[in-house]
Design a protein around this ligand. Structure first.
Ligand code: OAD
Length: 256
């Protein structure tokens, strides 16, 4: 991809990265855009074009039409399985390898960070769950793989309740441990990256502000402005798959 990388800002962030002790990166759907996974607030294609994710990713939608919601997730899961991690995911693995302390917090449920290799030194925090896992809608028992079943959605082998994807839906609480770990990391970092997120959905949207309050520098990587943009210390406007590898190269002279 040919894309101008903002040189001055890139050098400033590279210098901040070399100095930083504790670094946090928060990622959103934009980080997987270059892998061909549609972002949340981008119009959907084909079959699902007439639905908005906000209408499908809710407990109310699952209660009203569990089959529709299950099938939407089955479609997204197939899409994600066909996708490959992109250079943005790979650059974040390099950051984990190079930095003294690094915490990757993602709102994505697509598992692409893990598939790229993230989470090998420090815990990878999946704030909104993971599309690959299934959970009993009554008792919360989780299963690592999707069951093969004629029924849509399938039922819990233990209690017979409907199974659902192990993701956080609108209006639901985030997993307590993940949220606490994210909160602690953002409060203790000296450099915070907000990458490919519209910075609209709470509580993730508060994390960069928590970092700012503690005196950290905040870097936003996004081709579009967001509510965070006016508060960011550095803005690297552009696609994550271009900016992050360029940043790794500018910081450590490493190209992957
Ligand atoms: P959104 O779809 O809201 O935002 C995606 C962001 O990525 C936008 O700001 C785009 O400008 C930006 N973007 C697009 N292409 C990019 C690229 N190549 N490089 C960098 N940035 C790019 O997705 P999220 O912010 O992740 O929650 O949405 C947050 C949460 O809202 C999701 O986790 C989901 C959703 O509702 C739940 O499901 C609970």
């Amino acid at each position: 991809m040919t894309q101008e990388v903002p040189k001055g800002a890139l050098e400033a962030v590279a210098a901040a990265l070399r100095r930083a002790d504790r670094v946090v990166a928060l990622t959103g759907a934009g980080v997987s855009a270059e892998s061909g996974v549609p972002t949340f607030r981008q119009a959907q294609n084909g079959l699902w074009a007439r639905y908005r994710p906000e209408e499908l990713a809710t407990p109310q939608a699952f209660e009203a039409n569990p089959q529709l919601v299950w099938e939407w997730y089955a479609w997204r899961r197939r899409l994600v399985q066909q996708a490959q991690p992109n250079p943005a995911h790979v650059a974040l693995v390099t950051m984990e390898r190079r930095l003294a302390h690094f915490t990757l917090i993602t709102q994505n449920v697509d598992g692409l960070h893990r598939r790229a290799g993230s989470g090998f030194r420090f815990p990878l925090i999946e704030l909104h769950g993971n599309l690959e896992r299934i959970r009993c809608s009554r008792e919360g028992l989780t299963f690592e793989t999707w069951p093969k079943s004629e029924e849509v959605p399938p039922r819990c082998p233990r209690c017979g309740a409907l199974l659902r994807p192990d993701v956080v839906w609108f209006g639901e609480n985030l997993p307590t441990q993940a949220l606490q770990a994210a909160w602690e990391a953002a409060s203790a970092c000296d450099l915070f990256f907000s990458v490919g997120t519209s910075a609209l959905v709470e509580p993730a949207a508060s994390l960069p502000f928590l970092a700012l309050k503690r005196g950290a520098a905040v870097v936003e990587i996004n081709p579009q402005p967001t509510p965070l943009t006016p508060h960011a210390t550095h803005i690297l406007a552009g696609p994550a798959g271009v900016i992050l590898p360029a940043l790794v190269q500018a910081t450590w002279g490493e190209r992957e």
